[in-house]
Ligand binder design. Structure first.
Ligand SMILES: NC(=O)c1ccc[n+]([C@@H]2O[C@H](COP(=O)([O-])OP(=O)(O)OC[C@H]3O[C@@H](n4cnc5c(N)ncnc54)[C@H](OP(=O)(O)O)[C@@H]3O)[C@@H](O)[C@H]2O)c1
Length: 240
């Protein structure tokens, strides 16, 4: 029987590349987003693959959890949940900052928490969260974005420790991308080592297979993660 994965936020960028990669590797793939027309296009691009589509707005935390539960039932089970949906709004207003927290932190937690108890009851399963290298420290341009990614990474660390301590069998994989060419970074200045989404998806696929707890994609961003964690704030003030 083929393995089953659900990707939250699969209509573009990293999520879309992951959907294609997992389908090509023979997985049954559940794909969710608000723009279901884009999800439909992925299905049409790979007619031999087994896809399941669900419309989902991660901002609506309660309904998101119900939609996920229904999708898992429709697929007849789940092995891997990838929580990829996320936003970063340039020059964010107060409302934009709240929206970022609702999607990247509250929405993220709602899905991860549901999946944790689902996988615990099954005795196995993997939660993969797409955080960011930005979560390592505060950032002057979008402090709310950095903070939500720090939340996601810390939340995942907590779940991982809980699972190991209590033998729940749930693997939790924290993916921290650097810069990736997607809709989200379109027109953003000051980027370096920018990777294509399909390269990032390949590296995520391998890391999930290897059960790595924390993964930087592309791999060289491990260096940036190390520097971000360890540089004193006065150097960050000059650099960022
Ligand atoms: N690109 C980078 O350089 C970079 C770096 C570090 C981390 N990341 C993280 O990687 C993840 C994917 O981003 P990306 O760069 O691939 O950007 P993207 O191309 O803009 O993709 C974002 C995905 O999230 C979904 N999404 C956004 N808001 C949603 C909502 N309210 N409900 C449901 N789905 C929603 C979008 O689907 P719909 O709009 O169709 O709903 C889309 O599928 C994000 O969590 C981002 O923070 C990206």
């Amino acid at each position: 029987m083929s393995q089953k994965v659900i990707i939250i936020g699969a209509s573009s960028g990293i999520g879309k590349a992951l959907a294609i990669k997992y389908a090509q590797e023979g997985f049954e793939v559940g794909i969710t987003a608000r723009r279901t027309n884009l999800l439909q296009k992925i299905v049409e691009e790979l007619p031999r693959a087994k896809f399941y589509i669900a419309e989902m707005d991660v901002e609506k935390v309660e309904s998101t959890r119900n939609i996920l539960a229904d999708l898992v039932e429709k697929m007849g089970g789940l092995d891997i949940l990838i929580i990829n949906a996320g936003i970063g709004i340039p020059k964010a207003s107060f409302e934009d900052e709240l929206k970022t927290i609702d999607i990247n932190a509250r929405g993220f937690m709602g899905l991860a928490q549901w999946a944790y108890y689902y996988f615990k009851s099954k005795g196995s399963g993997k939660i993969v969260g797409i955080s960011s290298v930005a979560g390592e420290r505060g950032g002057p341009t979008s402090p709310e974005y950095h903070a939500t990614k720090a939340f996601a990474s810390t939340y995942m660390e907590g779940l991982r420790i809980r699972s190991k301590k209590r033998n729940h069998g749930v693997k939790v994989i924290d993916v921290r991308p650097g810069y990736v060419e997607t809709e989200m970074t379109d027109g953003q200045r000051g980027m370096f080592w920018v990777a294509k989404a399909d390269k990032v998806a390949n590296q995520i696929f391998d890391a999930v297979l290897a059960d790595k707890p924390v993964v930087y994609v592309t791999k060289r961003f491990r260096i940036i993660g190390f520097l971000m964690r360890n540089l004193p704030e006065w150097i960050l003030v000059k650099m960022m």
